[in-house]
Design a protein. Structure first.
Length: 256
């Protein structure tokens, strides 16, 4: 993916990693369209950041996705990058009967069906562009499980495999599949997470991500150094220790 000259739609970019990435991509010389559910927040973003376009979209609603996709393509026929960013992360306890199913279903709808429906809505348009990118968003938790968020972990693992498979299917076309693999980042994804001293500061994460995108235009997985501890536990042969560290049972080795 080239770092500038794109027209980029980022549904789920009204806060956190999505908004921070949208602003950096705009600064790099791209036309950016931010999507989200809350109209008032979208209006605020448009006022505070001239040049960014906004559109209302609920990525948990297939009809909203179809309507927003048609509007985005109509307003920006040169759209060539889609970043399905929207996601939710909620704690679940599967040992409590009846206490997790609603949360698990909502997580699958937003984190897995949402990106699938978004890609389906834009695939035909992107295939007609001379140079296009679908940037999926998985997580370090796709590779090592956090015990409190089983369905979130599962949806992100699914997004990783979806990305790998779509890369095979789109091979030879104009569409490139790039997977963003964030570590724990200081955002409001979960209560108190923005102040978590063990999470990576948001600005640091975006700085490193933008450097990687600029230095490696053909990158398939955008991995900041901090996520590699989770990403490569199985390859290194220390997955059990990675899981123990992640879940607070051991301290992370100094070399990591």
């Amino acid at each position: 993916m080239r770092i500038n000259g794109n027209t980029i739609f980022i549904p789920g970019a009204t806060s956190g990693i999505g908004l921070a990435l949208a602003l950096r991509l705009q600064d790099a010389g791209n036309q950016v369209i931010v999507g989200g559910r809350r109209t008032a927040l979208l209006n605020e973003i448009a006022v505070q950041h001239p040049g960014i376009d906004t559109i209302r979209i609920d990525t948990s609603d297939s009809a909203s996705i179809a309507s927003a996709a048609a509007e985005v393509i109509s307003r920006h026929p040169d759209l060539n990058v889609v970043v399905p960013m929207a996601g939710i992360m909620r704690a679940e306890d599967w040992t409590m009967p009846g206490g997790f199913l609603e949360t698990a279903e909502a997580t699958v709808t937003t984190n897995l069906f949402g990106p699938i429906r978004l890609i389906a809505a834009f695939a035909e348009h992107l295939l007609a562009q001379p140079d296009a990118t679908i940037m999926t968003v998985s997580s370090g938790l796709a590779f090592a499980p956090l015990r409190f968020t089983p369905t979130y972990n599962a949806t992100k693992a699914a997004i990783h495999q979806l990305s790998e498979t779509l890369r095979l299917q789109f091979e030879g076309t104009s569409v490139h599949i790039v997977e963003l693999v964030p570590p724990s980042v200081q955002t409001d994804l979960m209560p108190g997470h923005a102040e978590d001293p063990n999470a990576m500061p948001l600005d640091d994460y975006i700085d490193e991500t933008m450097r990687l995108l600029e230095a490696q235009p053909d990158v398939t997985e955008v991995q900041v150094e901090r996520v590699k501890f989770l990403r490569y536990g199985e390859a290194r042969g220390d997955q059990a220790q990675v899981i123990a560290v992640l879940n607070g049972r051991e301290s992370e080795p100094a070399a990591s």
